[in-house]
Design a protein. Structure first.
Length: 233
C-alpha cells in the first residue's frame, strides 16, 4: 500500500469514535494492521504521538486475531517456558546489580563522603523478537512492540533510598516464586508449570501475543541510576 493511501486511512481511523474504530479495525488482516503500526512508528510524515491511541487499538486488535488462531503445541509450550526462564534470570541479574549499586550509595549517604544524598534506581527489561544481527526489514513489528508507548516498560521496577532496607527483605514481584502467574491467559495449559510475572506483564499490555512471546530472541536489561543531592536552608 502506498504511503499517501496509508496516511489517509490512518487519519480517518484516528478521528473515529473508539467503538466505531474498533469495528473498522476488525475488518483488517493481521498483516495490514502490522503495516499500519510500522508506518505510525517509523514514518516522518506524521506526528507519531498524536496516533498513539490509534496505535494502541491497532495492536490490541492484532493480538485478538493472533490469540484466536494460536494453539499450544508441545513445541510452543517448551519455547514459552524457555522465554519465561530467560526473563526471570536476566531480571535477577539486573536486580542484583541494582542492589550492589544501592549498597555503595547507602554507604556514601551514611558517611557523607560523596555527592549522593538520595538516589533512584530503575530496572527496565526490553525483549526483542529479532536479534541485533538481523535486518530490520525482517522484524519491523517487533521493533514496534519493543519500543514502549510513552516510555512505558511492562517489565520494570524502581526503588529509592527510602526503599532500600525493604528491598533486602522483600523480593520484587518479578522474582517472587510464591506467586504463580499461570492463570488468566493460559486456559489451564500451564497448570503444571511456573510462569513468572514478566510473561504476565507482557500479556497484560494487550500488545504482545503468545506468538510474539515465543518469538523473542533477545532480551536487554538496563539499570538506570539517578544520583541526587539537595541543600536545606
Amino acid at each position: 500500500m502506498k504511503a499517501i493511501e496509508i496516511t489517509k486511512i490512518l487519519n480517518t481511523l484516528k478521528d473515529m469514535q473508539k467503538d466505531t474504530r474498533r469495528k473498522e479495525l476488525n475488518q483488517y488482516s493481521v498483516e495490514t494492521l502490522e503495516e499500519f503500526a510500522v508506518y505510525i512508528w517509523s514514518s516522518r510524515a506524521i506526528r507519531k504521538e498524536s496516533f498513539f491511541d490509534l496505535l494502541d487499538d491497532m495492536l490490541n486488535e492484532r493480538v485478538y486475531k493472533l490469540q484466536k488462531s494460536f494453539t499450544w503445541t508441545p513445541e510452543n509450550k517448551d519455547r514459552l517456558l524457555i522465554v519465561n526462564d530467560k526473563i526471570t534470570k536476566i531480571f535477577e541479574k539486573a536486580y542484583d546489580e541494582a542492589i550492589a549499586i544501592a549498597q555503595k550509595l547507602e554507604e556514601e549517604i551514611i558517611t557523607g563522603s560523596g555527592f549522593a544524598k538520595d538516589y533512584e534506581i530503575k530496572i527496565e527489561i526490553t525483549p526483542y523478537t529479532c536479534s541485533s544481527t538481523e535486518a530490520n526489514d525482517d522484524c519491523d513489528i517487533g521493533i514496534v512492540l519493543s519500543g514502549p508507548l510513552d516510555e512505558y516498560y511492562p517489565i520494570s521496577y524502581s526503588f529509592e533510598h527510602d526503599d532500600f532496607y525493604l528491598c533486602k527483605y522483600k523480593k520484587p514481584i518479578f522474582l517472587d516464586t510464591s506467586l504463580n502467574w499461570n492463570i488468566k491467559y493460559f486456559n489451564r495449559a500451564f497448570d503444571d508449570h511456573y510462569i513468572g510475572y514478566g510473561i504476565h506483564a507482557l500479556l497484560d499490555t494487550s500488545m504482545w501475543s503468545f506468538q510474539d512471546i515465543i518469538n523473542i530472541k533477545q532480551i536487554w536489561a538496563d539499570v538506570k541510576v539517578t544520583h541526587q543531592n539537595f541543600e536545606e536552608f
